[in-house]
Ligand binder design. Structure first.
Ligand code: SF4
Ligand code: SF4
Length: 376
């Protein structure tokens, strides 16, 4: 099969919903594919940029058809009904090979082919001032005041990561838990930017504490071009007012999740674990949609589940594997090749993580901290 010239690994993403697009973009680009275009039917998104890639209307696909060479389209939308509508529309294209993200990840074995890191996440704290049902980072189960990332540890890890990657990381995410609960949250973007001058720095926040932050926090966001990603929840908070005040200060803001409107209430999704294990860990790893590289205390993990499983184990007194045995110590590997090879393998926790049966979304509510929120 012949692909478009000089874009052997080029793909086109279809669907520009923020959350789905983000979840697909990271493993696709980490596996070395180049996203040549993003397509969405919504006129309002036309011309907007996502990682420098312009969002275009479906008519743009004609450009690829005219080349009369095979090309690949990945539908990032998850709702089954919408996926079948899109597949029907795209069936008229003669040269396109069309996948859902799930189909693509499995067909290309993306998770086992890490070549670089599109994004690395750090927790500034593990706990949160909210407590959401099924929180995928187990934050409701984290001890309050249990962990605050130390600047010297962050420096050490950023320095080593920069050595290994030569600074080639698209995005560093400062997250949690709720990162603004760290009393020195403002200092981490300066450190990240020092070691990764070309990398976009994101802070993921529920925005509930933004109004209480000191000037040094806002100054750090401006100085380091930090983009705040606000996750919206159905709580009593005036998001628009917060966004306006941040933008007035010159801070970039994006709503990092969809939902939380009358026609689209906020839902929480989950990847269930099975305490008895015994599943095919390689298969679970191969079809896992939750890849999110997390660096915690010098160890790189393929996902939040594997990095923070101790929060679950400690709270419920269980013994699921990890976290250390799920990760790769970045201070022990010789080079980037060894790191990418080791992080491309299924981890012990994959045997307990039912990646093939994601739980259906449930309306957002406060976590009761019951084990059933995370297991089946
Ligand atoms: S706001 Fe985010 S980190 Fe905090 S409990 Fe909710 S989902 Fe978890
Ligand atoms: S532990 Fe679970 S979430 Fe993490 S890579 Fe394995 S299957 Fe995916």
């Amino acid at each position: 099969m012949e692909y478009i010239k000089s874009e052997t690994e080029a793909v086109i993403l279809y669907g520009a919903g923020t959350q789905n697009l983000r979840m697909a973009f990271q493993p696709i680009t980490s596996a070395g594919f180049h996203v040549a275009a993003i397509i969405d039917k919504d006129e309002k998104k036309r011309g907007k940029l996502f990682y420098g890639i312009r969002i275009a209307l479906p008519e743009e696909l004609q450009k690829y058809e005219n080349k009369k060479k095979r090309y690949q389209i990945i539908i990032t939308v998850r709702t089954e009904e919408t996926v079948s509508e899109i597949k029907k529309e795209l069936s008229e294209l003669k040269h396109a090979e069309v996948f859902t993200f799930q189909e693509f990840i499995e067909a290309k074995k993306l998770n086992s082919k890490v070549k670089r890191f599109a994004c690395i996440m750090f927790h500034l704290v593990d706990h949160c001032n909210m407590s959401c049902v099924r929180c995928s980072h187990f934050s409701p189960l984290a001890p309050k005041d249990g962990f605050y990332l130390k600047e010297e540890d962050f420096v050490k890890d950023c320095r080593r990561l920069a050595e290994l990657t030569s600074g080639d990381i698209d995005e560093i995410q400062l997250s949690g838990g709720e990162p603004t609960l760290h009393p020195r949250a403002y200092s981490f973007p300066y450190i990240a930017k020092r070691y990764f001058p070309r990398t976009k720095i994101i802070m993921i926040t529920n925005a509930t504490k933004i109004k209480d932050m000191q000037e040094e926090f806002f100054q750090s966001c401006v100085d380091n071009d930090v983009e705040l990603w606000i996750s919206r929840y159905p709580i009593n908070i005036d998001y628009h007012n917060i966004v306006d005040s941040l933008r007035e200060k010159g801070i970039r803001v994006t709503f990092g999740n969809t939902g939380n409107s009358e026609d689209k209430p906020k839902e929480m999704w989950g990847l269930p674990m099975r305490l008895e294990g015994g599943m095919d860990k390689q298969h679970n790893f191969d079809c896992c949609l939750c890849m999110q590289y997390v660096l915690r205390e010098g160890v790189l993990y393929p996902c939040a589940n594997s990095a923070y499983i101790d929060l679950f184990n400690n709270y419920f007194k269980k013994g699921l594997p990890g976290p250390r045995e799920n990760g790769v110590d970045i201070h022990q590997v010789k080079n980037m090749e060894e790191l990418t090879q080791k992080i491309s393998r299924a981890v012990p926790l994959c045997e307990f993580c039912d990646a093939q049966n994601r739980l259906p979304g449930i309306p957002w509510c406060v976590s009761k901290k019951e084990i059933g929120e995370w297991i089946i």
